[in-house]
Write a new protein. Structure first.
Length: 254
């Protein structure tokens, strides 16, 4: 083995050893872009992949919404590994389909500084993007309110074969309660809502459909606070060293 090959192999084993030491701290916090200026803020856990067997924090943490489940699907939106299916199968009091992820109580005023968006595939856009807030000027329930974005009145992206709703933080959002800067059910700029509710924090964010008699859409590439979550039906196959498994191949080629 040449001196250069020995050096490359030693470097590769050093990386594997470092990964073994840090793996417990990084478990469940796959980001893919922590080195960029758009890296998630402190206190927020980015789940870059969510699958049927490993949802990585996505789901329904609220007892009153347990029946409003979403499903993982092999239907592709913009990539080739599947998506999250939001479907209403029959009219009922629970005729919604939703999935949330913790937002780590980040300030709403910080959340609006990075892109919020998602990709969708449906005959016409049906999905809403939700932010569940605390600390608003609503005097009840610790200032709880939900604000949500829908395509109607905001954009005209063609979702028939898959399309992306981008930078929706710049669009109009609707509050489910009267809060500062946003009367209930009145479309309002999210920046104006953040300015009028300086103590508001985002507790959960998510995507949903409802309330309607029926509905079906597929969602992927959900963007929030510098994190993009890819929804896929199955986990990615893992090599003996996980994502470090290709280091040796790339080193041997140099």
């Amino acid at each position: 083995m040449s001196r250069n090959s020995t050096r490359r192999l030693g470097f590769a084993f050093a990386l594997v050893g470092a990964a073994a030491l840090t793996a417990p701290a990084l478990a469940g916090a796959t980001t893919g872009s922590l080195g960029s200026s758009d890296a998630p803020a402190a206190g927020f856990t980015c789940s870059a992949l969510s699958t049927e067997t490993t949802p990585n924090g996505w789901g329904i943490p609220f007892d009153d919404e347990k029946k409003q489940v979403a499903f993982y699907s092999d239907t592709d939106v913009l990539d080739t590994d599947g998506s999250l299916k939001l479907e209403i199968t029959a009219p009922s009091p629970d005729n919604r389909s939703v999935s949330y992820h913790s937002a780590g109580s980040i300030k709403l005023s910080d959340a609006v500084k990075t892109e919020i968006g998602f990709a969708e595939k449906a005959a016409s856009s049906q999905a809403s993007f939700q932010l569940r807030l605390s600390g608003t000027t609503n005097p009840a329930d610790n200032g709880f309110a939900t604000v949500y974005w829908v395509a109607n009145g905001n954009d005209s992206v063609d979702t028939t074969n898959g399309g992306a709703h981008t930078n929706i933080q710049n669009g109009k959002w609707i509050s489910t309660r009267d809060i500062g800067g946003a009367p209930k059910n009145v479309p309002t700029d999210l920046a104006a809502i953040a300015a009028a509710n300086p103590d508001a924090t985002v507790e959960h964010y998510g995507v949903s459909i409802g309330r309607a008699d029926a509905g079906l859409t597929h969602v992927d590439a959900v963007k929030f606070n510098g994190c993009t979550t890819n929804f896929a039906l199955k986990d990615e196959p893992a090599g003996p060293f996980g994502s470090l498994g290709n280091i040796f191949g790339s080193l041997s080629a140099s």
